[in-house]
Design a protein around this ligand. Sequence first.
Ligand code: SDX
Length: 432
Amino acid sequence: MTSNATVRLTLPGGVEVELPILEGTLGPKVVDIRRLYAATGMFTYDPGYTATASCRSAITYIDGEAGILLYRGYRIEELATKSDFLEVAYLLLNGELPTRQQKQQFVHDITYHTMLHEQIQFLFRGFRRDAHPMAVMIAVVGALSAFYHEDLDVEDAHHRLVATHRMIAKMPTIAAWAYKYSIGHPFIYPRNDLEYAANFLHMMFATPCEPYRVDPVLARALDRIFILHADHEQNASTSTVRLVGSTGASPYAAVAAGIASLWGPAHGGANEAVVNMLEQIGSVERIPEFIARAKDKNDPFRLMGFGHRVYKNYDPRAAVLKQSADEVLDLLGKKENKKLQIARELEKIALNDEYFQERKLFPNVDFYSGIILEAMGIPRHMFTAIFALARTVGWMAQWNEMILDPEQKIGRPRQLYTGPAERPFLPIDARG
Ligand code: SDX
C-alpha cells in the first residue's frame, strides 16, 4: 500500500528527490527507492541487506524486537501446539487454514508424491558413504529438475502446483535415503498409511528385516520441529530460492540452491554446530572459558545458536523448543541429558552477561533443536537436512508468491565499484 507520505532527499548541488513511503499491514514502512538512480544517478549501499526490503510478502511476519513470529497472521506458538505440519504447509502455501475436506485432499496429494523415480536411487550411489547428507540433498534435489523437466512451465499454475506438491512430498524420502546410504542400509520406501513425520522416521529407522513401530510421541515432537522451521520471511536461503527462481529457473534447481545456502554454519548449519559446541564445552565448569572466547574479538569462536539478524529478543521458536526438549528427554528417560544441562546453564550465564545484553543476543531456533534431534536418535549430520526438509514448505510458498508478484523482476543487485579506473593493456614484456 502506498501511503501519502514521502521522504525528500537533498543531494549535493541542491538536487532534491522525493520518494514515496510504502506501508504494509505490520512492521516497518519502506522507502520506495526504485526511482532513486534515475533521479540522482546514485544507488543505495546495504551489504547483507540489513535494512533492505527485497519484496512484498504476505506469508510470514517477524517482530524482532518483541520476539513475535506469525505465519499468515497466526502465532507460531499456537500453530506449534494446536496444528500439524501439513496443515501449516497448506496455510503457508494458500494463506488460510484448510477446511477438513481441503486438508484431506492436500494430505492425499502430498502422500501420493512421496515416492522417487526408481532411477534416482542410483544418484546416491555416486557418493562416498561418508558424504554429508546436505551435499547429497543438493545434488539429488537439483537432479529432480532433470526428471521433471518436460512439464514445468513456471507460468503455468497447474505445473507450479504439481512441482510444489512433489518438492514437499519428496524431501523426507530424499533426506532419509541420504541417511540410509551413509550407514549402508537399504532404502526404505515411503508408506501411504503413515503421516508425514511418522513416514520420515519410518524411512530413517525401519529395515526390511522386521516390522518397525514409529513412536507417536517422537513423531509428534518431530512434526512440531518441522512447523517451527517451516518459514522465516526473507532469510538467506529463502532469498536464494527467490533469486534463482526470479530468472525462471526450475523450482527444483532453486530449492537445491536454497539447501546449499542453508548449510552454512551462520544459517541452518548452526543446529549441528551447537551440538558440536556443547560437546566441546563438555562441562558446566568450562562455560566461562567459552563465554570469554565468544566475546574475544581476536577469537573466531562464536556462541552457536545465539544471536539473530532480526530477533533482538528471545526467538519464539527457541522458547517452544526449550520446553519441547524437556518433555521429549523426560519421555525418553534422558532428563539428565548433559548437553541440555550445559545449554541451560550457558543460556543463563550469557543472558546475564552485558556483552550479550548490549548486543541483544538471545538463543535462536538452532540452540535447542539439535539436543532434541540427537536424543531422538537422529545423527548430528542429519540435523540441517531436517531443517531443509521443513523449510522446503516455506521456500515453495515464497517461490510461488514471487512468480505471481507483478512487481518481481530478475534479481540483479548493483555495487559500489572500488577497482581500478580504465587503463590500457600492457604487453607482457612491458610489465614490471
Ligand atoms: C538461522 O535469517 C533467519 O531468519 C535465519 C533463521 C531462519 O529461520 O531462517 O532464523 C535460521 O540461521 C538462525 C541463526 C543461526 N546461526 C547461529 O546461531 C550462528 C551464531 N550466530 C551469529 O553468527 C550471528 O548472530 C548471526 C549470523 C546469526 C547474525 O549475525 P548478524 O546479524 O550479521 O550480526 P553481527 O554478526 O553483525 O553481530 C553483531 C554483534 C557483533 O559484535 P560487534 O562487532 O558489534 O562487537 O554481535 C556479535 C558480533 O560479533 N555476535 C556474536 C554472536 N552473534 C553476533 N558474538 C558471539 N556469539 C554470537 N553467536
